[in-house]
Design a protein around this ligand. Structure first.
Ligand code: ARG
Length: 313
């Protein structure tokens, strides 16, 4: 009796030990045989150097950084006319895209499209990053990862000088007979719905369309990012900034493909350094200067190319 109890005890201990060993061994095995490309814990990535991240980095298209943007948004991204009158992508977001590609040793490919398209492309994982003056809107979290904030602007309600005596505030503009513009897919649509819910809210694909409609008297007001309103105001002094608009998600972030945690960590490192050494300040200053010069505000064709007939100063 005693002996068999002892044997039982020894046996159950053995079973326990074997089970524990198997459990540990099993987990360890899983860790080391994890499929390539599966992400390490985010804390590990944020402790890595850029070189370490580069060694692990993969992108949507080998050797390339594919970037979606919406160049209707000076000084973030827009078309500046070069000395031959040819529209060239410019803006501090484009400089940041170039910096990121250079630091990662990748060729930069920028694909221009409408703003809501940039979010859709990121959500579909067709591009690596979106650089389009994104606000870190929580409703977008399913479509992209947000980088750290690289620029902080503000929100404005605008009209034109011809209407400035009538449209003196957002409150005054909040009437059914007023047409208020906001860009499709942008947080400005939410700001319009919050602040001028009784007005007719007109959603247009491009901020440059909103500016054109304001200048043509077709819109009575619009919600636009402050830096953008101030930039277009330099070329179109008829634009009038009526007031600031409160917004609690202020700041611009890079949108990063949700499958690419390594790229997110790398982009954050690059932003951190570029903020610390004044590189971003320089990009913003240069972009503001360029945006005040000759720019192109025409339409793009369905391939994202500039439509030649509309290209003018
Ligand atoms: N910050 C706003 C948003 O994230 C507007 C961005 C519009 N950007 C552009 N390139 N048009 O919704």
């Amino acid at each position: 009796m005693k002996k068999s109890l002892k044997i039982l005890a020894v046996l159950s201990c053995l079973v326990l030990v074997v089970t524990l060993f198997a459990a540990c061994g099993g987990n360890g095995g899983n860790d080391t045989t994890a499929p390539a490309g599966s992400e390490a814990a985010p804390q590990d990535l944020s402790a890595m150097t850029l070189d370490e991240l580069k060694a692990q980095l993969t992108t949507a298209s080998d050797g390339k950084l594919t970037v979606a943007t919406s160049p209707d948004f000076a000084p973030y991204e827009f078309y500046a006319l070069d000395e031959n009158g040819t529209p060239q992508l410019a803006g501090f977001d484009m400089d940041l895209a170039k910096l990121i590609a250079d630091k990662l040793g990748l060729e930069l490919e920028v694909i221009p499209m409408d703003f809501d398209g940039t979010i859709a492309e990121l959500g579909a994982k067709k591009v690596d990053i979106g650089l389009a003056g994104y606000s870190p809107d929580p409703d977008r979290e399913g479509m992209m990862n947000f980088s750290e904030i690289y620029y902080t602007g503000g929100q404005s309600f605008v009209t034109v000088n011809a209407k400035a005596e009538e449209i003196t505030s957002m409150e005054v503009a909040n009437k059914a007979d007023y047409q208020i513009g906001a860009q499709v897919g942008s947080i400005q649509v939410k700001l319009a719905k919050e602040n001028t819910p009784d007005a007719e809210i007109v959603e247009l694909a491009k901020v440059t369309d909103i500016i054109a409609e304001l200048l043509a008297g077709k819109l009575d007001g619009a919600f636009i990012e402050t830096a953008v309103a101030e930039s277009y105001q330099k070329n179109y002094p008829e634009l009038k900034i009526v007031s600031d608009v409160p917004y609690d998600q202020e700041g611009s972030v890079v949108g990063v493909n949700k499958d690419n945690a390594v790229l997110l960590a790398a982009v954050n490192l690059i932003i951190k350094d570029a903020l610390a050494d004044g590189t971003i300040d320089d990009f913003v200053a240069q972009a503001n200067e360029k945006a005040a010069g000759a720019t192109y505000e025409g339409l793009l064709d369905e391939n994202g190319a500039v439509t030649t007939e509309a290209a003018s100063e």
